[in-house]
Design a protein around this ligand. Structure first.
Ligand SMILES: O=C(O)[C@H](O)COP(=O)(O)O
Ligand SMILES: [Mn+2]
Ligand SMILES: [Mn+2]
Length: 559
């Protein structure tokens, strides 16, 4: 206990024993939706997950994984990994980046903060550069926020603005990038009418340019650096609309995978490289895919690729992306302060934890799970294992990804009996779902199901407990639908493939030989969401959850 009376010590659960090995499995992008041909989980052979569902309603139920249940602005907002894992690990619902930025812009506080003042110091003589995802998906960024920031920045003195656009097609329909660029161009031309020299300067598809995560492939960030900072790219265009339309015609190109481009003037000169004295804002609010570019923009010492030039700039993130690294040191909006996560509590209460995924989701079960905090709480109590992801491929060509390897690591960790909690993320449903390839996503779902089976078998052997859940939907619906729920067709009569997440609930199943008889899901939290899972897991480790956590999903019935 510290001076404030706070203590990390959790109360003993009155009924549930300690010392059981608990496997916590997050199936990424695995929601529950009507069975039909576009529901890849339904079409795939998934006997393990199907068998868990037989335990409903006592050992299997659905939980909310989108919108206000995970701290997003509205219930129209689909879930995503950041907010999903934050809620799973923190056990409480925090207003998330999307909402915090909305509030800061609406109140005007964004322009009064230290971060904006810092970039404003460059407005008199330098250019303001805005780099980020051009999308209304609301997962990493939102177009309306960019529009308001552009307007607000010009009203606060920015005289020369360059926007560096990353096209989406992953959180929104493929092909929507052209419309977003047209909207942005329209806003920029209005600014020009007001005497602000404002243009798009460079861009590229989010999966090829700038927005890599968890250090999977620094080449992606280098492509972005070359285009945004150096003004160099293999493709040069006079306008961004032309760039995107032309580049989309390349073989295998789509919004997610457009090569980098720069916009040039009539002499072929890049219109907006970043130079000494400029201000730079990365306008995504979500952390994972901004950390790498933030390091490149901020760190004096940097050896991940040759930056060629390291301009002296004033750089701010929309948010601070990593609280532990204090990266970036300047930011426009304070991130949610997610503290006292379940991981930190459990470590203080003697729970040894193993966490594992492959690179593309590794930070989800560690960094996001722990409230956007990198590293261990206590290296003696925790072991985090990252399996390198394949790089340079779209995951529909390798839909099994590393599911088997992750399950093997989990199995070995369980059988070693060295850990109380073994936590994994299985990426398949999500990563392959994002490619929009239905056949491959079916294979992906089966692979994830096989991996779950392996983990359940190990839990069986050690007399442990399992908790199987997901962070949001994706693979369970691969088609864009109208309000009535019917598939939407494009002008050629083809269905419109949905590459994004969904607003569907996700399953949670509990069981295993170590689960005390008499434990079942309560019926009095019908609206339960991902934030209720942390208290549930703490109970299964034999502890009561802290009183401010969202209530547990389970109850104990004496026979
Ligand atoms: O970053 C991504 O890949 C998508 O925008 C969201 O997917 P995730 O939230 O599952 O990571
Ligand atoms: Mn996810
Ligand atoms: Mn996803």
């Amino acid at each position: 206990m510290d001076g404030s009376g706070f203590s990390w010590k959790l109360a003993d659960h009155p009924k549930l024993p300690k010392g059981k090995i608990v496997a916590v499995v997050v199936l990424d992008g695995w929601g529950e939706a009507n069975p039909n041909q576009y529901n890849c989980i339904h079409v795939a052979d998934t006997p393990t997950m199907d068998s868990l569902k037989q335990g409903a309603p006592e050992k299997w139920r659905l939980v909310r994984a989108h919108g206000t249940a995970v701290g997003l602005p509205t219930d129209d907002d689909m879930g995503n990994s950041e907010v999903g894992h934050n809620a799973l690990g923190a056990g409480r619902i925090y207003a998330q980046g999307a909402k915090l930025v909305d509030l800061a812009i609406a109140s005007g506080k964004i322009y009064e903060g230290e971060g904006f003042k810092y970039i404003k110091e460059c407005f008199e003589t330098g250019t303001l550069h805005l780099i980020g995802l051009l999308s209304d998906g609301g997962v990493h960024s939102r177009l309306d926020q960019l529009q308001l920031l552009l307007k607000g920045s010009s009203e606060h003195g920015a005289k020369r603005i360059r926007v560096h656009v990353l096209t989406d097609g992953r959180d929104v329909l493929d092909g929507t990038s052209v419309g977003f660029i047209e909207t942005l161009e329209n806003d920029l031309s209005k600014l020009r009418e007001k005497g602000v020299d404002a243009q798009i300067a460079s861009g590229g598809g989010r999966m090829y340019v700038t927005m890599d995560r968890y250090e999977n492939d620094w080449d992606v960030v280098k492509c972005g650096w070359d285009a945004h900072v150096l003004g160099e790219a293999p493709y040069k265009f006079r306008s961004a609309v032309e760039a995107v339309k032309k580049l989309r015609e390349l073989p295998n190109a789509n919004d997610q995978y457009l090569p980098p481009f720069v916009i040039v003037d009539e002499n072929g000169k890049a219109v907006g490289p970043i130079v000494d004295g400029d201000a730079v804002v990365t306008f995504n609010f979500r952390a994972d895919r901004m950390v790498m570019i933030a390091k490149a923009l901020e760190y004096e010492d940097f050896d991940k690729f040759d930056r060629v030039r390291f301009p002296k700039i004033h750089y701010a993130g929309m948010l601070q992306y990593d609280g532990e690294l204090k990266l970036p040191s300047h930011y426009l909006v304070s991130p949610p302060e997610i503290e006292r996560t379940s991981g930190e509590y459990l470590v203080h209460n003697g729970i040894r934890t193993f966490a594992c995924s492959e690179t593309v989701k590794f930070g989800h079960v560690t960094f996001f799970w722990n409230g956007n905090r990198s590293g261990y709480f206590n290296p003696e109590m925790e072991e985090y294992v990252e399996i390198p992801s394949d790089i340079g491929i779209t995951f529909n060509v390798q839909p099994k990804m590393k599911a088997f390897e992750i399950a093997e690591k989990a199995r070995d960790a369980i059988l070693s009996r060295k850990f109380h909690q073994v936590r994994v993320n299985l990426p398949n449903g999500d990563m392959v779902g994002h490619t929009g390839d239905i056949e491959a996503t079916i294979v992906a779902c089966k692979a994830a199901d096989d991996a779950v089976k392996m983990i359940l078998d190990a839990i069986e052997q050690v007399g442990g407990i399992y908790v199987i859940t997901a962070d949001h939907g994706n693979a369970e619906d691969m088609v864009k639908r109208n309000k009535k729920g019917e598939p939407l067709l494009d002008k050629n009569g083809n269905i419109q493939i949905l590459t994004s997440h969904t607003v569907h609930p996700v399953p949670i199943a509990i069981g295993g030989p170590g689960l005390a008889a008499g434990v079942r899901f309560r019926k009095d939290v019908p609206e339960g969401g991902l934030a209720n899972v942390a208290a549930t897991v703490m109970n299964l480790h034999g502890f009561e959850a802290p009183s401010d956590y969202e209530p547990t999903l389970i109850e104990f019935i004496d026979n």
